[in-house]
Design a protein around this ligand. Structure first.
Ligand SMILES: [Zn+2]
Ligand SMILES: [Zn+2]
Length: 402
């Protein structure tokens, strides 16, 4: 048997005698039976022998509902007044729970009194804490909102004044030539020179199994220890239970398993080596300027040297870039690349609204409100009328478009 019985103690509520042995129902000093305020406790761990232990009930005492005395579970009638056990409303634990609840209620009112006292003494400390949390909340809000602010600045339309223009063009000149080339198929009009078998791709092929060793953890019994718990029986005695607990330790075992190993196997295919007549880019015609007058530089195209057309030149791809130099309200000088259509309609010293697309590229935002446009034009007019009359023409066109 792992369970052992310990005799507890109780105090007489009537004559205040302390440490009365648990098996005694009546106070040895005043003779009063233990009742409503009785509480059993442990002082030492003296175990009852097996014979005495067997006589101890495993059930709590019951409280007589007439004289409020505690009786053993073995007794069916109250030892003090003879009232029957069946009419009892509470056992020892139910009685204690009620008593403890009363104690808690008393403690609560005491604690409330204490805290109300301390509040009057400490009025300032909560303030720094509140200020700190306010700062943290503000910092978090700033962090969340900052990307939104900066996003607006970079993508929202902004007004800039045009201070200059730039442009550059690269025209590719191609020549019809006979060149060596190769491919996995032979193109039409190509003259075959040679064929070779070459690696086209790789296939994964199973080669062999490899044994791989791995350390696997598992739990092994290392020993035992005992856990002791004590239960109040509610009748002047306590039960001590010893429980055996298994201790484990982690050990590693080497396990081996097989893993498939694959190798790359080349796939060969026939490759064609041939000569073919093709247009090949051979030179560039570069043109650029820092004005609004774009052009492509002069060039002459060579003529064919053979009947087949070999040696003939032609225009290839044309790459062109158009830029505006601007100054914004904060006096920042920024160069933007714009579309050719925007570039051609923008005028020097004009205030325009642009949308910065990032990567140095911008698009001109066309105004919906005619009032604002008129204001800009009135300001610009005197300057331009002095310079030339040519610039008035596109203005009239703009008005008719809108
Ligand atoms: Zn007493
Ligand atoms: Zn009674």
């Amino acid at each position: 048997m792992e369970d052992k019985i310990i005799e507890g103690y109780w105090d007489c509520d009537y004559c205040e005698k302390k440490a009365i042995k648990g098996h005694l129902r009546e106070c040895p000093s005043c003779g009063k039976a233990r009742g409503e305020n009785t509480e059993f406790y442990l002082l030492d761990r003296t175990y009852l022998d097996d014979e005495a232990a067997e006589k101890v009930s495993m059930n709590p005492d019951w409280l007589c509902s007439y004289c409020e005395q505690l009786n053993s579970d073995f007794d069916n009638k109250c030892k003090s007044c003879g009232a029957p056990k069946q009419e009892s409303k509470e056992n020892y634990f139910e009685m204690r729970a009620r008593e403890d609840e009363n104690d808690i209620d008393q403690n609560r009112s005491y604690q409330q009194f204490e805290t109300s006292n301390s509040r009057t003494n400490q009025t300032t400390p909560p303030k720094p804490g509140k200020f700190k949390s306010f700062c943290i909340v503000f910092a978090i809000l700033l962090l969340i909102c900052w990307p939104i602010f900066s996003y607006d600045q970079s993508t929202g339309p902004k007004t800039v004044k045009v201070t200059g223009f730039e442009w550059n063009k690269t025209l590719e000149i191609e020549q019809y030539q006979t060149v060596d080339d190769n491919d996995w198929s032979l193109p039409e009009k190509a003259r075959l020179i040679d064929t070779k078998r070459e690696i086209y791709s790789y296939d994964q092929k199973f080669d062999h199994y490899e044994t791989i060793k791995k350390k696997v953890p598992y739990q092994e019994v290392a020993g035992y220890h005992y856990v002791t718990s004590t239960t109040n029986l509610g009748n002047g005695h306590f039960k001590e239970t010893r429980r055996k607990v298994t201790d484990y330790k982690t050990v590693y075992k080497t396990e081996s398993y097989k893993e498939a190993v694959y190798i790359d196997v080349p796939v060969y295919k026939k490759k064609y080596y041939y000569v073919i007549n093709k247009w090949i880019p051979i030179r560039n015609i570069e043109s650029s300027g820092k004005n609004q007058k774009d052009y492509i530089g002069k060039y002459t195209l060579a003529k064919a040297t053979k009947k087949s057309g070999i040696g003939k030149e032609r225009e290839g791809m044309l790459e062109e870039h158009y830029f505006i130099k601007t100054i914004d309200k904060k006096d920042n000088y920024i160069k933007y690349e714009v579309s050719v259509d925007d570039w051609k309609t923008i005028k020097l010293n004009e205030s325009i609204k642009i949308k910065d697309n990032g990567d140095g590229y911008a698009t001109v935002v066309k105004e919906d409100k005619p009032k604002k446009e008129d204001k800009f034009k009135k300001e610009e007019k005197p300057k331009k009328e002095n310079k030339s009359n040519k610039e008035d023409k596109p203005k009239k066109e703009d008005k008719s478009k809108k």
